[in-house]
Design a protein around this ligand. Structure first.
Ligand code: ADP
Ligand code: MG
Length: 571
């Protein structure tokens, strides 16, 4: 783990070296100060040589000035190093999440992912900046102070040194507890992020059920969990603070007594005694810093571990090394004995075989849960087939580059996902570099032109989060406009009009028919009126494809479809 962490320093080698040298320099000056005091009192004062004393003071001032510059560099450049690393990690995590597959998102809550990218990485920068230099300086200070103290009086130095093993134990013991606690705390933050995400995202449902009290209780539980874990962290901090404080004071008293004894024995001069006490303070400084260390590094470590969990999640679906880029697919689709299940135990598709010619419109009907949406999700490789194969233009879709496959498939679903932005931005999502005239053309073909023209802000109207300021029909039209812009050879319409009233549906149906001209189209619909004109209708049930043919053929065949037809038209 340390090596992986260290690899993030690579782009900032220079920054690291400068910051590290300054930190070490400042640490050395701290060490030199008590020695200077010793010399000042024992050597310079008795001589009563004013010019020499003044020179010493000017030298001291120069050293302080140098230290100021180094402190500035450590504080600003050092933190720059930290924040650069933190930013890199955030970017890497976000980029990686873009690659992860549907199944990952099926199983992970949005709130948790947001927590990992934001909260959990917050302290990484601090750790990246202070970590290496603090450890180095602590060791350097301890060793340096010990040597200088031993130089004054070895026995006294050994007495002081007793604190080191005790403190090493404190760091390891409390540090471990703290890391575990912070891991838990980050989980808690994830939980309430997820809770807030669910609640605010679904606030309209919450309020329409008048279930606010229920939601408050759920949130209160997560909030209390957070409080409890955070308290645990403070408790660990308080304990380690107390142990450290008590130990250092105990040693100080021990040094006073032994120092006094050695002084009386004539083994220690006054200046040496003062210098020793000053040095022991320098010696204790890294030890007293342990508390900050025990707070912030476990946070960083816990966050880094949670970061690695995401980075180490391999995308389930990705490009083969020799995947090919095909920029203009015709749109011949074949399912060859395709089997698939979201989990091993429960197969959803058990051997689907199907050929769709380029430009053909094929409709799927069948009971809810039969696997119609699943069939359509396999084509853009949202999930990979468990058995058999799917080909487009005779090429196994697993041999195609994912982007080249997905750029050529357009999907319009029942619930359209719109981004919180303007109408223009949402239409242009179909083609990011689209120019305004193209966007208007797409809007016109989706029969949105008039609506947009009547809005005071036109194309620049903000449609609210997920398009709440639009009606169902308008959202669907926006999704269609997006498709006109994207202009894919293959189109999937999954219950695109099912949520709409009959009148709106009929109007939108018109746009969809225009959209599907010249494209291979897979339509899923439960209202048979919308698919009557399909080139072929496929009836799917739990066992797979039950019937297929044209509308009239199926009605006359007297099977499932004809019964469905009777229910919908003669009821
Ligand atoms: P249809 O579109 O025909 O109504 P689906 O293809 O959506 O049916 O679903 C087929 C079966 O797969 C259902 O039993 C459903 O519960 C299950 N299913 C659908 N999506 C998922 C998913 N993301 N994870 C696990 N199971 C799923
Ligand atoms: Mg479905």
């Amino acid at each position: 783990m340390i090596r992986r962490f260290a690899s993030y320093y690579r782009p900032y080698r220079k920054l690291f070296i400068i910051d590290f040298s300054c930190a070490v320099g400042a640490g050395l000056l701290e060490l030199a100060f008590p020695v200077a005091v010793n010399k000042f009192i024992d050597d310079l004062l008795p001589g009563q040589d004013w010019p020499l004393i003044l020179i010493a003071c000017v030298a001291l001032l120069a050293i302080y000035a140098l230290n100021t510059v180094m402190q500035y560099i450590v504080t600003y450049w050092g933190h720059m190093l930290g924040i650069n690393i933190e930013t890199d990690m955030r970017k890497k995590m976000f980029d990686h999440i873009q690659k992860l597959s549907f199944r990952f998102f099926d199983n992970n809550k949005t709130g948790h992912l947001i927590g990992r990218i934001t909260n959990d990485l917050n302290d990484i920068g601090e750790m990246a900046h202070h970590g290496p230099e603090d450890i180095f300086i602590a060791v350097m200070t301890l060793v340096g102070a010990f040597i200088l103290m031993a130089d004054i009086n070895l026995k006294l130095a050994i007495i002081t040194f007793v604190i080191v093993p005790i403190m090493a134990w404190v760091i390891i013991y409390f540090g471990r507890n703290m890391t575990t606690t912070y891991r838990q705390l980050f989980g808690n933050v994830g939980n309430f992020n997820a809770r807030i995400e669910d609640n605010v995202g679904g606030i309209r449902v919450v309020q329409s059920f008048a279930n606010e009290d229920h939601e408050k209780e759920l949130f209160a539980v997560d909030n209390q969990m957070f409080r409890r874990t955070k308290l645990l962290a403070y408790k660990i901090m308080a304990k380690s603070l107390s142990v450290t404080y008590m130990m250092t004071r105990l040693i100080t008293v021990l040094v006073m007594i032994s120092g006094a004894w050695f002084f009386i024995q004539g083994e220690l001069a006054i200046g040496e005694f003062v210098a020793f006490i000053l040095l022991s303070n320098v010696f204790f400084r890294p030890i007293e810093k342990i508390n900050a260390v025990i707070e912030s590094y476990p946070k960083g470590i816990a966050g880094f571990r949670r970061y690695l969990e995401i980075i180490d999640t391999e995308p389930e679906i990705s490009d083969k090394p020799d995947a090919v880029d095909v920029n203009a697919l015709r749109g011949d689709i074949a399912f060859q004995n395709v089997t698939f299940g979201y989990d091993q135990q429960r197969p959803v598709l058990k051997g689907i075989s199907l050929n769709v010619k380029a430009g053909e419109t094929v409709a799927f009907v069948g009971p809810s849960g039969a696997g119609k949406t699943t069939i359509c999700s396999l084509l853009p490789r949202f999930y990979d087939v468990t058995g058999g194969a799917i080909t487009v233009d005779g090429i196994d879709i697993r041999d195609l580059k994912l982007t080249s496959l997905r750029k050529q498939i357009g999907i319009v679903q029942q619930d359209v996902f719109l981004f919180s932005g303007t109408i223009r931005e949402n239409i242009a999502y179909g083609k990011l570099d689209a120019q305004l005239p193209e966007i208007w053309e797409a809007a016109r073909r989706a029969h949105l032109e008039e609506l947009i023209q009547n809005l005071p802000e036109g194309m620049e109207t903000v449609i609210g989060e997920r398009g709440v300021k639009l009606s169902g029909g308008q959202k669907q039209r926006l999704a269609i406009a997006r498709m006109f812009l994207k202009n894919p050879p293959i189109l999937i319409l999954d219950e695109a009009t099912s949520a709409l009233d009959t009148e709106t549906e009929a109007a939108i149906q018109q746009s969809l028919s225009e959209l599907s001209v010249g494209r291979t189209t897979l339509v899923i619909a439960h209202r048979l009126t919308t698919i009557k004109n399909a080139d072929r209708i496929i009836v799917v049930n739990e066992d797979g494809i039950a019937e297929q043919g044209r509308h009239d053929e199926l009605v006359n065949a007297g099977g499932i479809y004809s019964r469905l037809h009777q229910v919908q038209f003669n009821a």
